[in-house]
Design a protein around this ligand. Structure first.
Ligand SMILES: *Cc1c(COP(=O)(O)O)cnc(C)c1O
Length: 427
């Protein structure tokens, strides 16, 4: 536990793990510097191997809505652990979790559990393709749906509606099946649907985007997608891996009152353990094997420890919703007001998008309604802001294209403390 331990371990890690990390954004690629190796976390704080502590606004990228190492979740996992870690057979708890999800998520009648958000979106798209007998899908620039081939696609050039691979290894033939259009651009979707609508299996969207910073749907956008899908017989997939149980107990669909056909969940639903979910009306979900013919499977799906953590977290969010969600909104507002005031004091151009405890801060005049707006933000300013905060004991995501998260464990004093740090930054 001494200064330099992070750097030493990172160098060793880079010999053993590509880039020293098991998920690329952890590598500080867009801000430079050495990632901190975390030894433990509690409440709103994380602690690194050098013994330094940070007020954390990453929250493991979303799941930690009650704060880190919450006793309810630790106890649920510990109680379950005594009985074994995996059976590869059905359990009582899976049924309990499915019933909680059906109760909370408006469009869910039936649930399939998987082990990650990526798995959920891949299976959701297969379900949509299998049901409609069509191959095409539409996604939005700046929305992230995990690392499945069909989603690692960039817009084609010019007026082309067919996408190109955005990563080597994604077959060009797979990428041509995905059209990529700008977020909040209903007209662009209409144009694709006019030519290709009868071949579109699904439109997949983050109903409140969180992977280009936080970007809100403009009025009429999601309603328009709903209408187009109904009109052309395509299925609307809401990827609520980030927004599920975060923006409302019923996710973005509960908050905005728009029903998708298929929903994917992740992050919060596993209470910080690996889990993903595909859910929707029974009539659609029963097309999955074994009732239906669309193949979907997983050795560790419905893992008892993940399910126990998910039940503990969702139960708390359901039972205390009237207390939790207004409190998260108040914390979000306090943070935004304070940070805005501090940044105004520096004369720095900035723009905010926020829904409750999920926020996007962009170093640009704004507004930010799509990926191109978000890309216009000042990257150098973000780097100075990020490293200034980190050096003062505040951790935000090491990329300007990530949302920030508050938890119930962030106190008024914690938030005020971060504001006073920003006031003193040298931007
Ligand atoms: C995080 C995320 C995913 C991918 O989930 P993993 O568990 O990382 O595979 C998919 N969609 C959205 C909207 C996400 O935020």
């Amino acid at each position: 536990m001494s200064d330099g331990d992070n750097q030493k371990l990172f160098e060793q890690a880079c010999q053993l793990i590509p880039g020293g990390v098991n998920s690329p954004v952890r590598a500080f690629g867009s801000v430079g510097g050495t990632p901190r190796f975390i030894s433990r976390a509690e409440g709103c704080r994380i602690f690194d191997i050098e013994g330094k502590e940070y007020i954390d606004f990453v929250g493991s990228w979303g799941p930690m809505i009650l704060g880190h190492a919450h006793p309810l979740i630790l106890d649920a996992i510990a109680d379950t652990l005594k009985d074994g870690t995996s059976f590869g057979a059905p359990t009582v708890a899976e049924v309990e979790l499915a019933s909680l999800i059906v109760e909370m998520v408006p469009s869910a009648e039936m649930v399939r559990l998987v082990s990650s958000g990526t798995e959920a979106t891949m299976s959701a798209l297969r379900l949509a393709r299998g049901i409609t007998g069509r191959d095409l899908c539409i996604k939005f620039e700046g929305c992230y749906h995990g690392h499945g081939d069909s989603f690692l696609v960039a817009a084609g050039s010019g007026a082309a509606t067919h996408g190109n691979p955005s990563s080597p290894g994604v077959p060009a033939g797979t990428a041509t099946l995905t059209s990529v259009v700008p977020y909040n651009d209903l007209e662009a979707v209409q144009t694709v649907m006019k030519t290709d609508g009868d071949n579109v299996a699904a439109i997949i969207v983050e109903p409140i985007a969180g992977n280009m910073g936080c970007v809100l749907p403009t009025p009429g956008f999601l309603e328009g997608l709903r209408d187009l899908c109904t009109q052309f017989g395509s299925l609307l997939i809401f990827d609520e891996v980030m927004t599920g149980f975060r923006v409302d107990p019923g996710g973005a669909q509960g908050l905005l009152e728009i029903e998708p056909d298929i929903t994917t969940l992740g992050k919060i639903v596993g209470g910080g353990m690996p889990m993903g979910v595909i859910c929707g009306p029974s009539q659609l979900m029963e097309n999955f094997s074994p009732t239906g013919t669309i193949y979907q499977a997983g050795t560790l799906s419905g893992n008892p420890l993940s399910v126990a953590a998910g039940i503990a977290l969702l139960t708390q969010l359901r039972d205390c919703a009237d207390e939790i969600y207004p409190a998260l909104e108040a914390k979000g507002k306090q943070l935004q007001d304070g940070w805005q005031r501090a940044l105004d004091g520096h004369g720095v151009a900035h723009c905010w998008n926020r829904v409750g405890s999920m926020f996007g801060l962009f170093f640009t005049e704004g507004p930010v309604n799509n990926f191109s707006d978000a890309s216009g933000a000042d990257e150098q300013m973000f780097r100075r802001f990020f490293h200034g905060l980190l050096a003062s004991g505040v951790a935000i995501a090491p990329s300007p294209f990530e949302a920030g998260f508050l938890s119930m464990a962030h106190s008024e004093q914690d938030i005020d403390h971060t504001t006073s740090i920003i006031e003193k930054l040298n931007l």
